[in-house]
Write a protein that binds this ligand. Structure first.
Ligand code: ADQ
Length: 489
């Protein structure tokens, strides 16, 4: 525990995630430059004042030499980060392979890879072995830095094997695990060859958390149906040991977005955008370029809308901002070409000499530019085919208190459960329905927009990232670890 001038020491929280919240760039043999990447998890934990958080994870770079590793470890220590060094082969098998090629699509209902069965089985086995090995490497670093009284919070599908590795080493360690993706129906999970081993590993944690009650229920069903264990209202019980399972919906640091809109630079940007799109309604999509985000389906729905509503053709523009991810994976390259092809076709079909209906950008925007775009948007389109929560929908709402625009939201995003009453919910696979919702959103009366926005704004500003992190960690603190139970009995 860290002592703070006279105040009681704060409890240490070890946050373990595949990636550290910094990007590291090598400047010389023993020098590194680091930049904090402010994702949802980082801002959530920056706001948690009760705990002294330290991060453990991979820095996203291969550092084969000891000099480089030592220098990077020292540089990261200043940011309270501790690196796990993974070599290229492990990254290929564990991260690109098992995490992104097997677990990610499966958890989003896209199924297991369909290549040649024998090759898949073989690569599946070696990828799972690498996954377990990588998780053990994370565990070794946690064990090395753990001090009695620390709380350990493991994140996401990359680290499902970690709770088991940690508890095998120290049963008294307080371990929580949170999943940022959906947990699929048990009928989907049971297709995974390593289904039981993964479930048992997660159950070694003291507290297991999901974004929604549905995901938590799917997890409990998988444990009862696949492992034959008993589900209780609190979680899953195995030979007298209870693993608490519950829903902890994530939020955003809404104040950060609201404050940003008052910055002069952002206001100038807002005025420029308003001028640029004067006379046209602005529709916005902001996604990582991933198949789960339903980008082609969204653009096809927009095409259908233009097809059926000629009146709107020169009065509306769709801005689709898509950050490329996993660019070395063939499926993702295919998706990029597919999106470019559809956008080109629609712009060719409905564009004029001076305007195009879709502006598609394959890149990330900085925070201020993103806030300005959210603020000038009339209709946001979040049409994920599946999404654990979806923070873009929250960010849009946080920036809309002046405009009160409409959110069209996929019913398959976790956010549908919290923002469903204010948004227009759609089935993203049903292009006709999405096109109709676009029409409805663009024609919605101010009174209805105001009412819907109020509901969502209240939710987004009260269910923040900080509250999410505090609730999870305090519930984890309240769990009684198995070792304590045995002592008490
Ligand atoms: P993601 O799949 O990355 O997160 P999301 O929740 O929408 O999805 O968060 C994306 C973040 O990246 C947002 O903060 C957004 O602003 C930013 N972003 C996206 N595109 C951008 C762009 N072009 N430029 C700049 N910034 C961009 C995973 C799960 C989600 C879950 C989160 C948190 O898949 O379902 O909500 O974790 O648990």
């Amino acid at each position: 525990c860290d002592k703070q001038d006279g105040k009681p020491p704060r409890q240490r929280l070890l946050v373990v995630a595949n990636r550290l919240p910094v990007s590291a760039v090598r400047r010389g043999e023993d020098s590194w430059s680091l930049e904090i990447s402010a994702g949802g998890l980082v801002s959530a934990l920056l706001g948690v004042k009760e705990f002294e958080a330290r991060w453990i994870g991979w820095a996203g770079v291969n550092v084969p030499d000891e000099v480089g590793q030592k220098a990077l470890t020292e540089a990261l220590a200043e940011k309270r980060c501790i690196p796990v060094f993974l070599d290229e082969e492990i990254v290929h098998q564990y991260y690109n392979g098992y995490c992104n090629n097997i677990l990610w699509p499966l958890f989003h209902y896209l199924g297991l890879p369909q290549e040649d069965r024998l090759a898949t089985t073989r690569s599946f086995q070696s990828q799972f072995a690498a996954y377990k090995k990588a998780n053990q490497m994370f565990a070794d670093v946690v064990n090395k830095h753990y001090e009695e009284g620390d709380v350990v919070w493991c994140h996401d599908y990359h680290l499902m094997f970690l709770p088991k590795c940690l508890k095998e080493h120290n049963r008294k360690m307080k371990v929580g695990w949170f999943l940022h993706t959906p947990f699929p129906s048990s009928e989907i999970h049971r297709t995974l060859p390593s289904r039981s081993e993964l479930l048992r590993s997660v159950l070694a944690a003291d507290l297991v958390g999901f974004h929604t009650y549905d995901y938590a229920r799917h997890f409990v069903s998988a444990c009862t149906r696949i492992l034959g264990l008993e589900g209780t209202p609190e979680g899953v019980e195995d030979q007298g040991k209870l693993t608490r399972v519950a829903a902890f919906p994530i939020g955003i640091d809404s104040e950060r977005f609201i404050r940003a809109l008052k910055i002069p630079e952002v206001q100038v940007h807002i005025e420029e955008l308003k001028e640029r799109f004067k006379g046209r309604k602005v529709m916005l999509g902001v996604d990582r370029l991933d198949m789960i985000k339903g980008i082609p389906q969204k653009i096809l729905a927009f095409e259908k809308f233009l097809e059926e509503n000629p009146y709107w053709r020169d009065k509306v523009v769709l801005l689709q901002i898509a950050v490329p991810t996993r660019t070395d994976v063939p499926e993702y390259q295919k998706l990029t070409s597919q999106v470019h092809e559809i956008v080109g076709r629609i712009n060719g079909r409905f564009g004029t000499l001076t305007t195009v209906p879709i502006h598609h950008l394959d890149r990330s925007l900085d925070f201020h530019a993103l806030c300005a775009l959210y603020a000038v948007t009339d209709v946001a389109l979040v049409t994920s085919l599946r999404d654990g929560m979806n923070l873009v929908s929250y960010e849009f709402v946080a920036c809309q208190d002046a405009k009160k625009g409409v959110l069209i939201l996929s019913e398959f995003a976790g956010a549908a459960q919290s923002l469903g009453a204010g948004a227009l919910l759609v089935n993203p696979w049903n292009i006709t329905e999405v096109a109709k919702s676009i029409d409805r959103a663009l024609n919605m009366e101010a009174e209805e927009r105001e009412k819907r926005h109020r509901h969502n704004f209240l939710h987004v500003t009260t269910h923040t990232a900080q509250e999410w992190a505090e609730t999870f960690v305090s519930e984890l603190n309240d769990t009684v670890v198995e070792a304590e139970l045995r002592i008490r009995q």
